[in-house]
Write a protein that binds this ligand. Sequence first.
Ligand SMILES: Nc1ncnc2c1ncn2[C@@H]1O[C@H](COP(=O)(O)OP(=O)(O)OP(=O)(O)O)[C@@H](O)[C@H]1O
Length: 271
Amino acid sequence: MSQLLKANGLSVSFGAAKVVDEISFGVPRGGTLGIVGESGSGKSMTSLAIMGLLPKGGKREGSLDFDGTELTALSEPQMRAVRGDRIAMVFQDPLSSLNPYYTVGTQIAEAYRSHRSGVSRKAAKQAAIEAMERVHIREAGRRVDDYPHQFSGGMRQRVMIAMALSTDPELIIADEPTTALDVTVQAQILELLAEVQRDTGAALILITHDLAVVSEVADELIVMRHGKVVETGSAEQIFSDPQHSYTQALLDAVPRIDDSIGELRTTGGKA
Ligand SMILES: Nc1ncnc2c1ncn2[C@@H]1O[C@H](COP(=O)(O)OP(=O)(O)OP(=O)(O)O)[C@@H](O)[C@H]1O
């Protein structure tokens, strides 16, 4: 698989503090890169560095080759054109990313129109309905006029994915997209992301602190700690033979089905 995005020696610093420290990775075209690590390891700063959206005072160094374009060399207007249009982002907390005062339809339609000049409001609303149908929101034609608070957490995340998809991006960056959701809904959203990927051929960067989340969907993985990549390889390789003690510790934290069966047996024996 060739690489859609290649990061080489990417660093992010705030003054003297280097929070992402010369990391390198590749995102396979149409594939999924999982970025895993505990809180504070630099995962979000890595994704914001790709998007050119670092908080004030954040400095980015190194190279980000996106399909032959060096993102670090783009001006802000050029980067704005890439953002949303070719690279889209899905955040952890859809409620804080959605405006409570506008209907979800208006928000998807505006995201769509901002990247498609000359599209009428009516056509954009139709595109919003279609985007909602693509993420399996039932009765999309009616729900398009609902406000964010009228949706459950999982449905709001579907709205965010619909918004991200509305411009047919080549790369979707999902930063802890399931963390705020309960386990059953988490699985549905992951399945939806995988389905979207199959249908659109978009590449995906999935950022999470939870190895169980990436185990099913990632082709390649990088494990981050204190801003550095401590382990990299195929998901299969890392799961079957982790090289770093930190990865092993993350793996040990993943509940396994055989563990719960063991537990059930023990409990059953006692009863
Ligand atoms: N605006 C800022 N100024 C200075 N340091 C910051 C700023 N934002 C984040 N950091 C620091 O950057 C480091 C990496 O943060 P980052 O948010 O990328 O971690 P993360 O792995 O995504 O963790 P989480 O899962 O908790 O979001 C942290 O040590 C954090 O304190």
